[in-house]
Design a protein around this ligand. Structure first.
Ligand SMILES: NC(=O)C1=CN([C@@H]2O[C@H](COP(=O)(O)OP(=O)(O)OC[C@H]3O[C@@H](n4cnc5c(N)ncnc54)[C@H](O)[C@@H]3O)[C@@H](O)[C@H]2O)C=CC1
Ligand SMILES: O=C(O)C(=O)COP(=O)(O)O
Length: 528
């Protein structure tokens, strides 16, 4: 299998060696594409690798008809339309750890430069001005640093600020008092943080909840003479409000690595002497660039070859030990979903997936996604995969419930999938038999033992002499050979089922004839 990979932002050449080494990977590096050129070419590629500059818009994603994976060699994915990627079943991966240290070091460098006017003084010297009066700074020791967003980078910045003898107060909606205590930082609301701080640094992702989280009202609550650092994302701070707050004297200075619009050549904020800036250099170190490129390249190779990724952004990630336990069930659970899709008429309203036995103790969400994928794929087509299965289920309004019980009726693990439509409830259960592979063990309330593969025929009939013979004769007339056959019944002479494994698909006309046979109430073909 050959794969075409496009790298559209500058990535470390040393870091992309996993891609260069992978067999069948054709790599194109073109970091000068305009959005129009990218749109024209993207259809040729299986994978797209970017940093923060390439805007991976819905339009680009829709033109990427062969795209399977988008790799972000860095953390922030606000330049990628995640909704569009998810809808189209394209997995997005990033490299969340590789540039933490560089971004934290850059933040501290900006903080110190801001406090001591280093860039402004250097600029004066370059212009042949020996000026010591204009650049009197402030110490950071014993000052309070307010950290908004105490994730990977925020926590590193907090630790280093403590090394500078600063007091640190942090706000993060996912911060627990325990984590705050462990990091030796004070724990507060956003209001506590912005009121207490002499310096404020933001380290959240850019989300709709964090866009302009530092705005006019926030500036009004701050201490007079506060200094602001943004090495996270343009847009977290309202740039117009920051401009006004600096001009009014409320804010003494700002150090910015990121901007609402990037790149630019002129920026109103840079006309203010209190503002120092770098052109989005937080992650621009040799070390960080090598690590992020390695991480994202590994994920692209392993996804295209084996369907496995370490750092998914639009799927929940699964630890290796859990993946090892659930991976053998991927195929079975997808087949259970497909089986039910063929068995049910009408739109599914509710899907209940019950995990019994050993599977009840682990994170089985990837299995549930595969069950939904199987259920939807035969109705909506091959474009359904585990990235977009949940999106399409939500879109249709299907409620998916995951249930767990330790009791597995003697099996190590048993998975039961039940589908409710407006007119019926159908269910199917299966397991992995040691050494024998996947088996369907129950259809509705009937016990069976079927390999979920190939063409199956599910028949409901009355337990009467001759019913089985009539089915055999009719299928023979259609040229359909029966490979295996099982019969189950609720009671002698009562409702019964036949589960046949057959060598070819039975046409609709054959199914209609089967349904007309005496004592046969229903017949369904299932193709797995
Ligand atoms: N300037 C640069 O070159 C770089 C910038 N970044 C930016 O820094 C951001 C943070 O990176 P990491 O620390 O690695 O991410 P992270 O995911 O480890 O941390 C983000 C933190 O923000 C918190 N958060 C989310 N919503 C919040 C809210 N409304 N208020 C306060 N906190 C909130 C989260 O709970 C999390 O703890 C990235 O999303 C990226 O945009 C990252 C690397 C380099
Ligand atoms: O990782 C991030 O979020 C960054 O902002 C780094 O961006 P870059 O890869 O340097 O364009």
């Amino acid at each position: 299998m050959a794969y075409n990979i496009l790298i559209s932002d500058p990535l470390s050449e040393d870091g992309i060696y996993p891609l260069r080494q992978a067999e069948g990977f054709n790599i194109v590096v073109d970091t000068d594409l305009t959005p129009e050129q990218l749109g024209e070419r993207i259809g040729e590629f299986d994978a797209l690798l970017v940093r923060s500059q390439t805007q991976v818009t819905r339009e680009i994603i829709e033109k990427g008809t062969n795209l399977k994976i988008i790799g972000r060699a860095g953390v922030g994915v606000d330049n990628i339309d995640l909704t569009a990627a998810t809808e189209r079943g394209i997995i997005v991966v990033n490299a969340p750890d590789g540039n933490t240290n560089s971004a934290a070091e850059h933040t501290i460098a900006m903080l110190m430069s801001l406090a001591r006017n280093i860039p402004q003084a250097f600029h004066a010297l370059k212009n042949q001005k020996w000026d010591r009066k204009s650049f009197i700074g402030v110490e950071v020791k014993n000052k309070t640093l307010g950290v908004v967003g105490l994730g990977r980078i925020g926590a590193e910045v907090a630790a280093r600020a403590k090394g500078q003898r600063m007091n640190v107060i942090a706000y993060d909606p996912f911060l627990t008092p325990e984590k705050a205590e462990k990091l030796g930082v004070q724990f507060g609301t956003i209001e506590d943080v912005i009121k207490a701080a002499d310096f404020i640094t933001v380290h959240t992702p850019l989300l709709k909840e964090t866009r302009h989280i530092i705005n006019k009202e926030a500036f009004e609550k701050m201490k007079d003479g506060v200094q602001i650092v943004n090495c996270a994302r343009g847009g977290i701070i309202d740039e117009d409000a920051l401009y006004d707050a600096i001009v009014s004297g409320k804010v003494a200075g700002a150090a910015l690595d990121v901007f609402e619009e990037e790149p630019f050549v002129d920026h109103r904020l840079l006309t203010l002497p209190q503002v120092i800036a770098t052109p989005h250099l937080g992650a621009s170190t040799v070390e960080a660039q090598e690590i992020v490129a390695i991480d994202v390249s590994h994920d692209v190779v392993s996804f295209l070859k084996d369907g496995v990724v370490k750092n998914p952004v639009n799927l929940s990630s699964v630890p290796k030990d859990v993946l090892a336990k659930i991976e053998p069930y991927f195929n079975l659970v997808e087949k259970l979903g497909s089986f039910l899709s063929d068995l049910t008429d009408g739109v599914p309203e509710e899907v209940n997936i019950t995990y019994s036995g050993e599977l009840s103790n682990i994170d089985v969400r990837p299995l549930s996604r595969n069950a939904v994928k199987g259920l939807l794929k035969s109705k909506l087509g091959e474009s359904i995969n585990d990235v977009n299965a949940k999106f399409h289920a939500d879109r249709i309004g299907i409620i998916v419930n995951e249930l767990k019980t330790t009791k597995a009726k003697g099996f190590t693990s048993l998975i039961t999938v039940e589908v409710k439509t407006a007119s019926a409830t159908r269910k199917v259960a299966g397991t992995l038999l040691n050494g024998l592979g996947p088996r369907i063990l129950r259809v509705d309330d009937f016990i069976v033992d079927v390999v979920p593969e190939g063409h199956l025929l599910f028949i409901r009939h009355k337990d009467q002499p001759g019913a089985i013979g009539r089915v055999g004769t009719l299928l023979a007339g259609e040229g359909v050979n029966i490979a295996t056959m099982q019969v189950g019944r609720s009671e002698v002479g009562g409702d019964a089922i036949m589960m046949l494994s057959i060598d070819k698909h039975v046409e609709e006309s054959g199914i209609e004839q089967l349904k007309q046979l005496e004592d046969i109430s229903d017949a369904t073909t299932i193709d797995l």
